[in-house]
Design a protein around this ligand. Structure first.
Ligand code: ZN
Length: 308
């Protein structure tokens, strides 16, 4: 799935394909990607030349002359690909920009979780989706700010880092990789982090992002690991495979409905103070009470307890 490194690579590709070029025709098909916007708004990009491609977390803002803009989010399966304008488009193309050099840029998205939003650049820059983002970690992380954001929440480290307000652009892959590099338990309550551990985590996030960028950068569109692309990651999607540091098989748990991969040796279980630790201790004896008994009906239903 596209996260910060994949979107950074996509923005570099778009910049190189579009710079100095003029759009000769633009169209968007009716799909969830444009969320009810008029197709004519996309056609209105024709005649405009690119000024810049900026990335904010997992969003890209393409700005064109006369103040025209296009906001792009790749969702789960979105990607921009280039072809000759006379060549047939591939499957799942939701929008196309034909350029004055005889090429066409297609936005492909099989699962339709991506977004394309047309508007004036300055309005798009103020969009709620962008204003809600925390700082981008690629240029460097402010450890004090990150620490303040983490100790403010009792959520797990995994969930706190997935929140785009903490840092913009991290997703399931980068969070797993960074927590592994920092030797931190993904279940640990964020509020228990020390300043030193936050500093270690900040370095690990930077290392993970740079390693992925180095491994995936190419002039060709990326094949995401979920699509059968090469797995360049240390723990992500490596259930049962030996940890590259210590050889322990990688484990998988589910947090917030999403898979988390980690090494149980390099990232030992957090057993200190904090909500998750207490909850785990409270819940443990309850598991043995399998037989229905008097008074059971006053307890919360099983499904409700499982969700906690
Ligand atoms: Zn390990």
């Amino acid at each position: 799935m596209p996260e910060l490194p994949e979107v950074e690579i996509a923005s570099r590709q778009l910049r190189s394909w579009l710079s100095g070029r003029r759009i000769v025709s633009a169209r968007a098909l009716r799909s969830r990607v444009i969320r009810g916007q008029a197709q004519a708004r996309f056609a209105g990009l024709s005649g405009h030349g690119l000024l810049d491609v900026e990335r904010f977390g997992k969003w890209m803002l393409l700005s064109f002359d006369d103040g025209e803009g296009l906001l792009s989010h790749l969702g789960m399966t979105g990607k921009w690909v280039r072809r000759g304008a006379s060549e047939p488009a591939a499957a799942w193309v939701r929008a196309s920009l034909e350029l004055d050099d005889g090429s066409a840029l297609d936005y492909r998205d099989m699962r339709l979780f991506g977004r394309l939003i047309r508007g004036k650049t300055e309005e798009l820059r103020q969009a709620k989706a962008l204003r809600a983002l925390g700082p981008d970690p690629l240029p460097g992380i402010d450890v004090e700010r990150l620490h303040a954001a983490l100790v403010r929440t009792r959520r797990s480290m995994k969930e706190a880092l997935m929140d785009q307000r903490t840092l913009a652009g991290l997703g399931n892959i980068q969070v797993a990789e960074a927590l592994h590099r920092a030797h931190l338990d993904p279940r640990r309550p964020a509020t228990t982090m020390t300043r030193e551990e936050t500093a270690r985590l900040a370095s690990a996030i930077g290392e993970s992002l740079r390693a992925t960028l180095r491994d995936e950068d190419s002039p060709e569109p990326i094949t995401y690991v979920e699509e059968g692309g090469e797995n360049v990651f240390l723990v992500y999607d490596r259930l049962g495979q030996p940890c590259s540091t210590c050889g322990t098989p990688i484990e998988r748990i589910v947090q917030g409905g999403r898979s988390t991969f980690f090494c149980p040796t390099c990232q030992p279980r957090w057993r200190g103070r904090g909500a998750a630790g207490k909850k785990a201790r409270r819940r443990a004896p309850a598991r043995r009470l399998r037989v229905p008994r008097r008074g059971r009906s006053r307890r919360r239903p099983l499904a409700a307890r499982k969700r906690r």
